[in-house]
Design a binder for this molecule. Structure first.
Ligand code: SF4
Length: 455
């Protein structure tokens, strides 16, 4: 029988996570991955023993997927307390003092942990025990967020190809596939989904925008038809631009419904990032969720902000709005750091901008603490620490300038009018600056090297 230390679910204490046993994540292209938190990590794509990625269209059963060398390796490493490569994001989050999904999921599925410890052998082999499914049923979305990718919103394809560097553009067959994804219409997939319903405890949908994707509604209708909805907890990652009537009618039939509301900023800055969202509509829908949560059968709802170059200066407005406005929606938004696209990653900002944003964030934390807020304030420290993990990278900030200029031009927007603090980033590059930075780095290294031999 495997054992875990008593403190295994404290940040940085261990690497055990229930998800590789109880959860199945199928991404937007039908590929099977460990979980969506690890989505951007190459090792999170589950592979056949031949090394080929597993796709839902391959028709593998949960048992077969769980028995791949890759999955066994992940489980074995977790039980030994070693982070699998795929789980780097949770590891970094914990190291930075933030709230990792690992800890949250271990709490949520705690009742399955004794079974896992009893039924997993030394090599990470375990019978299939999937209780939770996360489906991304295609890339239909009504928004074209600046930090998104056409994989997640097909409407973004043209702008993405204009804004990003040549090596990242999506063209030819790949573009055609993204423009017309259909793997999730395969009848065999729906038969397998229907067969899995009796074991299901949790279904998660994101997108695309799940509240506008017809197949998400189809999945919900199937749960109701088969009489299992009352046992299933639903979670949606939604942009809260829509609360469709049929969803509102079906939600009370489920055990409960949880909403992760993706909102990246307050008022016009949110609309700038999450184009063409309208703040008025989002605010109205958030108010409705807050007010009608009982009738809608909402278990919990939170605002989730992706922290990036565009919003790092103005997170305070969003955080103070959620604290001031809501009595049911969690007052502290979930702050997630963005790592891709690199040019929106706050780690590469000039150091002076990092100093300024850090000061604002620490001010915000002090104000919230003075008002008696406690929950989730450590996330602010986590964001600051994450930002400080990287160095200013002028070539990446140049990509930021180019991508922002393209989006601004195509959308008739001007960054400096929305976030004046970022205006210096939009100035044409000083050709000498990069050289000075490089010389400075070489001089610092040389001094360190010399010091090793003179001390
Ligand atoms: S540790 Fe984090 S990244 Fe890894 S499976 Fe768990 S939640 Fe996903």
């Amino acid at each position: 029988m495997n054992r875990l230390p008593d403190n295994f679910n404290e940040p940085n204490a261990h690497a055990f996570c229930v998800l590789p046993w109880v959860h199945r994540f199928v991404n937007l292209c039908g590929e099977v991955q460990v979980c969506c938190t690890a989505e951007e990590h190459p090792h999170s794509h589950i592979t056949h023993d031949s090394g080929e990625p597993v796709n839902a269209a391959d028709g593998l059963s949960d048992e077969q997927i769980g028995d791949t060398r890759h999955m066994r390796g992940i489980r074995k490493s977790m039980l030994q307390g070693q982070w699998p490569a795929a789980c780097e994001r949770c590891m970094v989050t914990e190291e930075a003092g933030g709230n990792s999904r690992r800890c949250a999921e271990n709490e949520h599925f705690a009742q399955h942990i004794p079974w896992i410890l009893e039924h997993t052998d030394k090599e990470g082999r375990a019978p299939a025990h999937i209780r939770s499914r996360d489906f991304r049923l295609g890339n239909l979305c009504n928004l074209r967020c600046r930090m998104c990718h056409p994989r997640a919103s097909k409407l973004l394809l043209e702008e993405w190809n204009r804004a990003s560097r040549k090596s990242l553009r999506v063209t030819g067959e790949k573009a055609a596939k993204l423009a017309d994804m259909d793997w999730f219409r395969d009848a065999a997939l729906w038969d397998a989904f229907t067969a899995s319903l009796p074991d299901l405890e949790h279904l998660h949908f994101a997108g695309g925008e799940p509240l506008v994707i017809p197949e998400v509604l189809q999945a919900l209708e199937l749960c109701v038809e088969h009489g299992v909805a009352g046992r299933i907890e639903l979670t949606f990652n939604t942009n809260v631009t829509k609360l469709p009537r049929r969803h509102r009618e079906l939600w009370p039939r489920f055990r409960k419904v949880n909403l992760v509301c993706s909102v990246d900023a307050f008022e016009p800055l949110n609309d700038y990032i999450r184009f063409p969202a309208k703040w008025k509509t989002i605010a109205r829908n958030l108010d409705r969720i807050d007010r009608e949560h009982e009738a809608l059968n909402i278990g919990w709802a939170t605002v989730s902000a992706t922290v990036q170059v565009y919003n790092i200066f103005h997170l305070a407005e969003l955080v103070e709005y959620t604290h001031r406005r809501f009595s049911f929606i969690q007052s502290m938004p979930n702050l997630i750091h963005l790592s891709f696209p690199q040019w929106f990653n706050v780690q590469y900002l000039p150091e002076a901008m990092k100093d300024a944003t850090e000061a604002r964030l620490l001010d915000l934390k002090a104000r919230l603490a003075a008002q008696g807020a406690e929950h989730g304030l450590n996330q602010i420290d986590g964001i600051v620490r994450y930002m400080r993990m990287g160095d200013y990278a002028p070539h990446i900030m140049e990509e930021f300038r180019r991508a922002t200029a393209v989006y601004d031009l195509m959308r008739g927007e001007v960054l400096s009018e929305i976030v004046p603090e970022l205006a210096p980033l939009m100035q044409a590059p000083d050709p000498g600056a990069r050289m000075r930075l490089l010389v400075g780095k070489v001089q610092r290294k040389a001094r360190r090297f010399q010091g090793r031999f003179t001390s």
